[in-house]
Design a protein around this ligand. Sequence first.
Ligand code: FMN
Length: 205
Amino acid sequence: MAGSVPPAPEFGETLPIEASPEVVAFLAKRRSASAMALTAPGPDDAQLADLLRLAVRVPDHGKLAPWRFVILKGPAKEVFAEKITALADSQANPAKANAALRKLTRPPVAVAVISRFIEGEIPEWEQRQSASAVCHQMLLAAAALGWGANWITDWYSYDPRATAILGLAVGEQVAGFLYLGTATEPPQERQRPDVAAITKAWTPA
Ligand SMILES: Cc1cc2nc3c(=O)[nH]c(=O)nc-3n(C[C@H](O)[C@H](O)[C@H](O)COP(=O)(O)O)c2cc1C
């Protein structure tokens, strides 16, 4: 299943910019798996450590690492899901909130990516964007290693009681739950935007 991950480069090591047709082909077809279609096995501790090491290789203005991870797996994930489920009936749309929980309960492993904000020169917007980059890099890395992965927020990323259960501190936000596992069915291509329609060359007024 999972491919091997090369060791981290040494600090200061020269890292040439090289074309990678294999990566281009991968990106041209990359898709998320459905969280509902993720089953065991998921990544084990060593595989998860490799995955997170790849995920944090993202642009990060000021080298602040304005993010952290909470791993949900095994019996602890079940307890977390029980506590979140207890909040579903008090949501604006209880049926929808309960249905959404299948995405939480089915996959064997989840990584909650927590966006932090560090006071200083770097704007909050940029720190939050870096957390999004971590989420997407994790999606890419997981897929490249052969795992199914899905980036989900759902209501429990925003309900203050749910984020307290997750252990968020003041100033922290959930960037996403990255659900990981073995995809039981391959995803199909989804509609993609018309890039030309949202792109123009700037011209002076
Ligand atoms: C920040 C963020 C939050 C998302 N939250 C949800 C969600 O709560 N529920 C959902 O069904 N999809 C959610 N999605 C969309 C899924 O990740 C979706 O499967 C994905 O966009 C599929 O596109 P892809 O195959 O190109 O990766 C979210 C996407 C992003 C970027």
